[in-house]
Design a protein. Structure first.
Length: 158
C-alpha cells in the first residue's frame, strides 16, 4: 500500500474542514423560516430553502430512490476523488480535490438526513445570480475551477 502524499493529506484535511463548516453553517440557518430573506451585509442575505434537486435546483429528485441514488453517487465521487488525491503531488489539484470531496459529502449528509439539501446563501440582489446555494456548493464549484486551472498547467520536465 502506497503512502499518502503531503498534498493528499492536505486534500483530506480540506475536505474535512469543508464538511464541518458546511454542516455548522447549515445548522445555524435551520431555525430560519423557509423563504424569508434575512439581510447580512451588502447584497448577501440568508434565505433558507430546501433543494431536492442537484446543483442550483436542477434535476429535481422528489422520489426516495432518486434521493438515495444521489447520496450514493456523491459518496462514490468523493471516494474516487480521495483515491486520486492520495498520491497527488500538485497542491492546486489537491486543494481542488479536497473542496469537491468536502462539498459532495456535505450535501450527501443533508440528503441522507433531511431528504433535501439546505441552501441559504442568497446574493440575488446582485441582479445576475438568481440561485440560492450553500458552502458545499461553493466548495464543489471552486474545486472544479481549481482542477481545471491545474489541468492547464504545463508539466515540468523530469
Amino acid at each position: 500500500m502506497s503512502r499518502i502524499s503531503r498534498s493528499g493529506w492536505s486534500a483530506y484535511a480540506l475536505a474535512a474542514l469543508v464538511i464541518v463548516a458546511d454542516q455548522a453553517t447549515k445548522s445555524l440557518v435551520l431555525g430560519l423560516p423557509e423563504f424569508a430573506s434575512h439581510p447580512v451585509v451588502g447584497p448577501l442575505q440568508f434565505t433558507r430553502i430546501w433543494n431536492v434537486g442537484v446543483s442550483f435546483g436542477l434535476l429535481q429528485a422528489g422520489q426516495d430512490l432518486v434521493r438515495w441514488g444521489l447520496v450514493a453517487f456523491s459518496v462514490a465521487v468523493a471516494v474516487l476523488l480521495g483515491f486520486w488525491a492520495r498520491n497527488q503531488q500538485r497542491l492546486l489539484a489537491a486543494i481542488g480535490l479536497g473542496l469537491v470531496m468536502g462539498g459532495a459529502i456535505g450535501n450527501a449528509i443533508d440528503r441522507a438526513r433531511f431528504g433535501a439539501v439546505v441552501d441559504f446563501i442568497d446574493v440575488q440582489r446582485l441582479g445576475f445570480f438568481p440561485w440560492i446555494f450553500n458552502l458545499a456548493d461553493s466548495g464543489i464549484t471552486v474545486g472544479v475551477i481549481l482542477l481545471l486551472l491545474d489541468s492547464l498547467r504545463r508539466e515540468r520536465p523530469a
